[in-house]
Design a protein around this ligand. Structure first.
Ligand SMILES: *[C@@H]1O[C@H](CO)[C@@H](O)[C@H](O)[C@H]1NC(C)=O
Ligand SMILES: *[C@@H]1O[C@H](CO)[C@@H](O)[C@H](O)[C@H]1NC(C)=O
Ligand SMILES: *[C@@H]1O[C@H](CO)[C@@H](O)[C@H](O)[C@H]1NC(C)=O
Ligand SMILES: *[C@@H]1O[C@H](CO)[C@@H](O)[C@H](O)[C@H]1NC(C)=O
Ligand SMILES: *[C@@H]1O[C@H](CO)[C@@H](O)[C@H](O)[C@H]1NC(C)=O
Ligand SMILES: *[C@@H]1O[C@H](CO)[C@@H](O)[C@H](O)[C@H]1NC(C)=O
Ligand SMILES: *[C@@H]1O[C@H](CO)[C@@H](O)[C@H](O)[C@H]1NC(C)=O
Ligand SMILES: *[C@@H]1O[C@H](CO)[C@@H](O)[C@H](O)[C@H]1NC(C)=O
Ligand SMILES: *[C@@H]1O[C@H](CO)[C@@H](O)[C@H](O)[C@H]1NC(C)=O
Ligand SMILES: *[C@@H]1O[C@H](CO)[C@@H](O)[C@H](O)[C@H]1NC(C)=O
Ligand SMILES: *[C@@H]1O[C@H](CO)[C@@H](O)[C@H](O)[C@H]1NC(C)=O
Length: 831
């Protein structure tokens, strides 16, 4: 009797609550408030609700399943914005569409972009929230702007994507995405530009057009082609009761899962299918310099030996060295090499050696001042040298491979390290004095000659265009023995250049100090090609380029001899606290560099794309002028078809997105790198910095945020900087770092803008929004440096063919189109 009675009470309760709030046709003027009875609109069956739900320390607006506890949110509006306070009202308004209005202060936040023609709305029983115009046409629906979940009868169309949340309860855009690509592949990647190597799961219907991902009421996930044929079944039908339910969600851990609820009374989602069984599969789950390992079935991030977590409370942010390192002043005997086995990484190497023993691999890395990590595959006897940071580390998947990590000797024990440091300083001191003494001797012995040479060089700069004179300055060809003795058997390693190691040397019987670069791997075939290349580089003469004096082509050795720039690189001046350059000096340097790049792009007899513009490749002469180094080398190191060579590519953080997109790389790639470096020069900090607040970590993003908020002065360390000039620099930087190559200006325009000639239009967000979010304020966040790809697919070959077609081949071409259009129109004005 009691049971029957309580059942009756229960069902009448359910009935009454449904009867009270159930609305399927939401008319203009309807409103919701976070607190009180009126916090959401229910669908007709009462299964779905749209409205406010508690979130963080406030409320979010979204869609959830009403009958299930805990609340399962399937869509969130403005997911990357902070929560709303309780003192707000959500309104369906004729002029503004669906908005949230602050009761005090009156700020109005748009919930759905471009919904101003809405005249009614409806929460449908499928979980789709729909806005209609006055003729009952759908003008917006949540099914077209998914966040992380796909519901039955919803489809993910070509180019759309789901992005995971930060955690189960935090719906902010997280680290992973699943994309229905235009090429028919359904692929999971870490968030950020998509490079094929970062994909960690993939189902393909390649060759089919306009493929969509669908989930039906039976819990079947499948791919449909343009004509509605099933081209791929991903999951089989799941049998549940009539009121059961399914959803497919990309979870915060990066795994795409199909969940089922066997009946709406059970309130327990069961996993029917997962994209990966191993929770370490998603790439980027652990941050840089750390690797993922399973504990039972849960993924755990661990640091490399000698590294500590950047934030020990958030171990997935990655690791950094546990000591401050100054590798450039250390000599090889000051390094230990630690050995770790069976780890796998993204093998983004700058040099590769075949048929070499494990010990040689270790030594090869120890000797090379560029090398921070080496990976040795004992099966194939391949040794790869890498720089930090390492990405996508995993334990237990490396097979018979060994990871060598170089670390300063003596850092193994804390007390030992202190002693070592002191010794080292003494060591540096002595070397310093010794080299000063040598320099003095050299000067004294050859003062007159150097003086004469200077005059010659100065004259050359003055007479840049005097071709007769240019021919006079011929490149000298050296033998390996000559350069070996010039560098005292390669003792004095000074360089951190790409492409190879740089040594200090003395030529012309001790008359001239030079920088000698030993190239790691030259792929250009044959001596004639090499000499031709050298001649091409040798013919470049510009006051903002480092001059090539000679070269060596001897057996397997390829060396280049450059003028010596004793003041080191721009990186030293920007990032070392003791060497700062003032604001005006920095502006002058940006112009120097821009003119140098312009010369390479447009004034040389053959166009040269530098491919690796970064502060380390800008050298400073004794008058404080900047000169570009390492130009023309990318071509020399271009791989041929038979060898796999991954050494050539830009440097992480500076490479333009088209390197990852199978697009032809043009001079605009250099413009991009220049833009990144421009920000570094303005702000005297690295593009990626971990010891700053989250929103400031990626400089280009932060610069855009500051620009948008009209607070550019926050970017510059000094106080008294002319705001107009600063704003100009920031605008130039933002135009240069547009994701879309054709939106970037040419170097000629960059120079004009830096000099202040034209008015600069307001730059759009460099990271083009994808357009799939559809929700205002949902700008696609650029991933931090660690998540930016660096690896260029080897299929991108037409690298040095000047290509001016600039057609984007990106899947998100839609919204690129918008920004490209307006930008091209503008640049077109003065081309
Ligand atoms: C909603 O209701 C209004 C009148 O209350 C009506 O004019 C409108 O057509 C309805 N909309 C839908 C989609 O049913
Ligand atoms: C909420 O509903 C109850 C009864 O259903 C009513 O007594 C109360 O006044 C309502 N509160 C508000 C703030 O509307
Ligand atoms: C969600 O996570 C982001 C990033 O980790 C954080 O900034 C935000 O405050 C979090 N929001 C809530 C509601 O917890
Ligand atoms: C906004 O909505 C109107 C009316 O539906 C439509 O004509 C227009 O193209 C939309 N604009 C955008 C940017 O979606
Ligand atoms: C996905 O798989 C197919 C074949 O299995 C392959 O051709 C494609 O390149 C893969 N990767 C991506 C990112 O599409
Ligand atoms: C792709 O399919 C959708 C619906 O299935 C259709 O609306 C769209 O026009 C198609 N696009 C192309 C390029 O065929
Ligand atoms: C869709 O798939 C079916 C069956 O494989 C095929 O016959 C049809 O041509 C495909 N449609 C398109 C547009 O490719
Ligand atoms: C997919 O599954 C359905 C039903 O289970 C089956 O009829 C169909 O042939 C399958 N299609 C493919 C392409 O495997
Ligand atoms: C379960 O769902 C059905 C149909 O959607 C509905 O009639 C029933 O009331 C729901 N049960 C509960 C306990 O919410
Ligand atoms: C739901 O799951 C919890 C633990 O996962 C379990 O204890 C409980 O029995 C489940 N409830 C139902 C109705 O299956
Ligand atoms: C750095 O890491 C190494 C290896 O884990 C450890 O032996 C050393 O004590 C650490 N040094 C510091 C200063 O924490």
């Amino acid at each position: 009797m009691a049971v029957v009675f309580s059942l009756f009470v229960l069902s009448s309760l359910i009935f009454s609550t449904e009867a009270q709030t159930r609305v399927s046709n939401i008319s203009l003027g309807s409103s919701l408030s976070p607190t009180g009875n009126n916090s959401h609109w229910l669908s007709e069956s009462g299964q779905f609700a749209f409205g406010f739900s508690p979130y963080g320390n406030g409320f979010s607006v979204g869609i959830w399943l009403e009958n299930i506890r805990p609340r399962t949110v399937v869509w969130t509006a403005n997911r990357d914005e902070p929560p709303f306070s309780s003192d707000v009202t959500l309104l369906l308004n004729a002029e503004r569409g669906l908005v949230v209005q602050e009761n005090q202060g009156g700020r109005v936040i748009s919930i759905i972009a471009n919904a101003s023609f809405a005249s009614s709305a409806s929460m449908l029983d499928t979980g789709n929230f729909v806005l209609y115009d006055s003729s009952s046409e759908i003008i917006w629906q949540s099914f077209d702007s998914p966040t992380d979940t796909l519901l039955p009868s919803q489809r993910l169309s070509s180019r759309q994507r789901l992005v995971s949340g930060v955690s189960e309860t935090n719906h902010t855009s997280g680290k992973f995405q699943i994309i229905m690509q235009r090429d028919g592949n359904l692929v999971q990647y870490p968030v950020g530009p998509r490079e094929p190597d970062a994909a960690y799961w993939n189902i393909t219907a390649a060759g089919e057009k306009n493929v969509t991902l669908n989930l039906d009421l039976n819990g079947r996930l499948y791919l449909l082609n343009d004509t509605g044929f099933v081209v791929k079944n991903i999951t089989e039908r799941v049998s549940v009761s009539r009121d059961g339910f399914h959803r497919a969600t990309i979870d915060a851990d990066g795994i795409f899962r199909l969940y089922s609820l066997h009946s709406n009374q059970s309130s327990n989602w069961s996993i029917q299918w997962s994209s990966s069984a191993n929770k370490c599969d998603p790439k980027g789950l652990c941050g840089v310099n750390s690797y993922c390992t399973l504990m039972d079935t849960d993924p755990v991030c661990k640091c490399l030996t000698g590294f500590d977590f950047i934030d020990s409370a958030r171990t997935n942010l990655g690791c950094r060295r546990n000591h401050t390192e100054d590798a450039s002043t250390r000599k090889e005997q000051n390094f230990d090499v630690v050995e770790l086995s069976s780890l796998s990484w993204e093998e983004d190497s700058y040099a590769t050696f075949d048929s070499i023993s494990k010990d040689d691999c270790r030594e090869e890395c120890r000797r090379d001042c560029n090398c921070e990590v080496a990976i040795y595959h004992s099966f194939r006897q391949v040794c790869k040298k890498l720089k930090l940071p390492l990405r996508y580390g995993r334990a237990g998947t490396g097979g018979r491979s060994t990871t060598f990590v170089k670390m300063p000797a003596g850092s193994r024990t804390i007390s030992g390290e202190k002693v070592e440091k002191r010794e080292l300083r003494m060591d540096i001191f002595i070397t310093g004095i010794a080299s000063l003494a040598i320099a003095f001797c050299v000067l004294a012995f050859s003062g007159v000659l150097i003086y004469r040479h200077r005059i010659r060089q100065y004259k050359r700069v003055m007479d840049q265009r005097d071709s007769k004179f240019v021919e006079d300055v011929t490149l000298k060809s050296f033998t390996y023995e000559e350069l070996k003795s010039a560098t005292n058997n390669f003792m004095d390693c000074i360089g951190k250049g790409g492409f190879g190691t740089v040594f200090r040397g003395v030529i012309s019987n001790g008359k001239r100090i030079v920088a000698i670069k030993r190239l790691e791997r030259v792929v250009a075939d044959g001596e004639r090609d090499f000499r031709n290349e050298m001649k091409a580089i040798g013919k470049t003469h510009h006051r903002n380029l480092v001059q090539l004096l000679g070269y060596c082509y001897d057996g397997t050795n390829r060396l280049l001899v450059y003028e010596y720039m004793k003041n080191g690189s721009l990186a030293d001046f920007l990032f070392r606290s003791d060497l700062k350059i003032n604001w005006d000096g920095r502006i002058a340097i940006t112009l120097n560099i821009a003119r140098g790049i312009f010369y390479l792009h447009e004034e040389c007899h053959v166009q040269i794309i530098h491919c690796d513009i970064k502060p380390e490749n800008i050298l400073m002469d004794d008058k404080g002028h900047a000169k570009i180094a390492d130009f023309g080398l990318a071509k020399l190191l271009m791989p041929n078809q038979s060898k796999t060579f991954t050494g050539i590519r830009g440097t992480r953080g500076y490479v333009a997105p088209e390197w990852h997109w199978n697009m032809p790389v043009t001079v605009k790639a250099d413009v991009y790198s220049f833009g990144v470096m421009l920000f570094e020069i303005i702000c005297c900090r690295r593009n990626m910095e971990v010891n700053v607040p989250d929103n400031e970590q990626v400089l280009v993003n932060w610069a855009y945020d500051c620009f948008k908020a009209n607070e550019v002065q926050r970017l510059v360390p000094e106080d008294e900087v002319d705001r107009k000039k600063l704003e100009r620099m920031v605008k130039v930087g933002l135009w240069c770092t547009q994701d879309e190559p054709s939106s970037r200006p040419t170097m000629k325009k960059v120079i004009l803008m830096l000099e202040g000639t034209p008015q600069i239009p307001k730059p759009p967000n460099p990271a083009t929004p994808t357009g799939v979010g559809g929700v205002s304020g949902d700008r696609m966040k650029r991933p931090p440096l660690a998540e930016r790809p660096t690896h260029r697919p080897s299929s991108v070959m037409p690298l040095f063919v000047a290509n001016h077609s600039n057609k984007p081949i990106d899947d998100f071409g839609v919204s690129h189109g918008v920004s490209r259009f307006s930008a091209t129109k503008w640049w077109g004005k003065w081309s």
